[in-house]
Design a protein around this ligand. Structure first.
Ligand code: AGP
Length: 607
């Protein structure tokens, strides 16, 4: 999604903006630009391409102390210099950057054209600049407020006016915007990573809120000119957490960080004495938790697959009927909300539009919706009826890795909590607790032996189709593995339930379509081995992720990735690591942009 940075202060605005945009690169983008107020002129510099390309055309002596910047992830209008942000109106007096989608921009554009406005770009965002200029009567904040009543859609906007040097107005409706409070300087950003190097004091804007900043002041208000007192919060991250710390890619860093991030997710939440989980933030009494008759988990992408692991755990261990639903489907299916059902939305960024809108629709229908998020203060985290932070630390790479294992950690704890309230015995609960506590060290063992996986990536990276197959608790892990390979290596990969392969996909099998099977030593192992034999009988190449010592599996497949033996209930943790690594090494082999894969954004804040 688009990235926004705004700055008012004594420093060199162009440097602050470019550095902030660099930290937003992980969100995914295709063009970038800045506008700096130089001697009361608004200088706009923008182009298709990366921040480094933009930097090359920014004059060294661009001396301004307020400005706005943008990284664009195209929604309207092709990727070119013209459509890059910031956008300016005809008069050159209003300049803005926008994240979101304006649904009624064509009608507004037609009217403004009749009033004599000429448009340079094909974007919906440029229309907002012209609209604000047409409403300006000496006060930028007032003009922005008036425009808000005419715009339909989602927006996070930062806007400047030539007649109000040193002032930036921000407005939020559906796309995140955060105010950073510095010492004699103020910041606006679409997320805190852009400003963490300068301040940890932030104010999160809510939808339909406006903020006006200068170097020393800020004012938050609503669409009806009412001033709003907003809470100043402190960002809990350190700068080095959003830097690579010597790794080549953020994805590499975040894969290797999982032993620690899983520990952070479960820290203080495992109750050994009670062999249960302890989750603050659910905002539900034990009685209310005991009365839950059904659980729905709503999410998108990797978070959806983490939710599938959660649903399987909750139904198989806590014996509560549980299912997952794609967020993008829930919003428009007119869902029936059951009074004794509990809903979870899972979102690393806490800003995914599909998931946010699904949550709001469920809440409109009376559902209790709890959020499982990573980003503190994110929209979903703030609007949910409670929830649990996964504490995985900032996940910068577009491909989600450590968030997945932290998300399933929360589901393991939730399952323990709900199961032990019902029928799970202390002894059985303790077995699960023991298994969870061994996971970080077991993952470290896998991470110590990545040569095999790297060599398999070299061997298989040029195949153009893959099947990922898993059963039961590991079926969703197979889906997640396929997504990882797709999104960062661009190799087509499909995840399937191992048993399902004979109901059609086996037609795809030949020597050009390898299959990767997850083969835990659980009760379904022999059936998975049968599935493998069905593939081998048709000349299909097979890679198995199998448990150390399982020589029978090694004897029937082409290649094996070993994982430590453990309690089958926690194999999703151990199975997903090799799949993350396989995708990562294939992407390296194919010289892909690992952290910012083409066409993708870290947080999809548009539908
Ligand atoms: C996963 O690697 C992708 N980046 C994507 O599927 C992501 O999981 C999805 O967009 C959901 O994002 P969220 O967890 O921030 O809501």
């Amino acid at each position: 999604m688009c990235g926004i940075v705004g700055y008012c202060g004594p420093g060199p605005a162009s440097e602050v903006l470019l550095e902030g945009l660099k930290r937003l690169e992980y969100r995914g983008y295709d063009s970038a630009g800045i506008c700096v107020d130089v001697d009361d002129e608004l200088k706009v510099i923008k182009k298709k391409g990366k921040i480094k390309d933009l930097k090359e055309i920014v004059p060294e002596d661009l001396d301004g102390h307020s400005g706005i910047g943008h990284t664009r992830w195209a929604t309207h209008g092709e990727v070119n210099d013209r459509n890059a942000h910031p956008h300016m109106d005809d008069s050159g007096k209003v300049v803005l950057v926008h994240n979101g989608i304006i649904e009624n921009y064509e009608g507004i554009k037609r009217r403004l054209k009749k009033e004599g406005h000429t448009f340079l770009s094909d974007t919906d965002s440029e229309v907002i600049a012209h609209l604000i200029a047409s409403l300006y009567q000496g006060n930028l904040e007032a003009a922005v407020r008036k425009s808000a009543f005419l715009l339909k859609g989602t927006y996070g906007i930062a806007v400047m006016h030539r007649d109000e040097p040193g002032t930036i107005v921000g407005i939020r409706n559906g796309s995140p915007l955060v105010l950073g409070i510095g010492d004699g300087e103020m910041f606006l950003a679409s997320d805190v990573t852009a400003i963490l190097a300068h301040t940890k004091q932030v104010v999160y804007l809510e939808d339909k809120e406006i903020v006006t900043i200068t170097a020393d002041t800020y004012r938050t208000s609503d669409y009806y000119e009412q001033e709003i007192e907003k809470k100043i919060e402190s960002i809990g991250w350190e700068l080095e957490q959003i830097e690579k710390d010597g790794y080549e890619y953020f994805m590499e860093k975040e894969i290797w960080e999982q032993p620690e991030s899983i520990l952070r997710a479960v820290q203080g939440r495992i109750d050994r004495e009670g062999a249960t989980g302890h989750l603050g933030g659910l905002n539900m009494t034990p009685r209310q938790l005991l009365n839950i008759k059904r659980i729905y988990i709503v999410a998108a992408g990797t978070s959806f697959y983490a939710g599938m692991v959660g649903a399987f755990l909750l139904e198989s261990i806590a014996r509560i009927p549980a299912s997952t639903e794609l967020a993008s489907e829930v919003r428009y299916k007119n869902p029936v909300v059951e009074p004794d059902a509990l809903y979870f939305v899972v979102s690393q960024s806490g800003e995914t539009a599909d998931t946010l809108y699904a949550m709001r629709e469920l809440q409109r229908k009376g559902a209790t919706v709890l959020g499982i998020c990573n980003v503190v203060g994110s929209t979903i985290a703030r609007e949910s009826d409670g929830g649990v932070y996964i504490h995985s630390g900032p996940e910068i790479a577009v491909a989600s890795t450590k968030a997945f294992t932290s998300q399933i950690s929360v589901f393991y704890l939730l399952t323990l909590l709900l199961a032990r309230m019902r029928h799970l015995s202390f002894e059985d609960g303790l077995e699960i607790v023991d298994a969870i506590e061994k996971v970080p060290d077991q993952i470290k063992k896998i991470l110590e032996k990545t040569d095999t996986i790297r060599s398999l990536a070299k061997k298989y990276a040029r195949y153009t189709n893959f099947l990922f197959l898993g059963r039961g608790l590991n079926y969703s892990v197979a889906l997640e593995g396929a997504l990882k390979l797709k999104e960062i290596s661009y190799i087509h990969a499909e995840g399937y339930s191992s048993a399902e392969i004979k109901h059609g996909p086996i037609a795809l099998i030949n020597e050009t379509t390898p299959s990767l099977f997850l083969v835990p030593d659980d009760k379904l192992r022999d059936k998975v081995i049968n599935n493998i034999k069905e593939v081998k009988a048709r000349s299909g190449k097979v890679i198995a992720v199998a448990v150390e010592g399982d020589n029978e599996v090694a004897g029937i497949v082409d290649d094996v990735i070993w994982i430590p033996k453990t309690n089958p209930v926690v194999y999703p943790y151990l199975m997903v690591i090799p799949l993350q690594l396989f995708a990562y090494y294939c992407a390296l082999e194919l010289h892909r942009d690992v952290d910012q894969p083409r066409n993708l954004a870290k947080s999809v804040t548009v539908e």
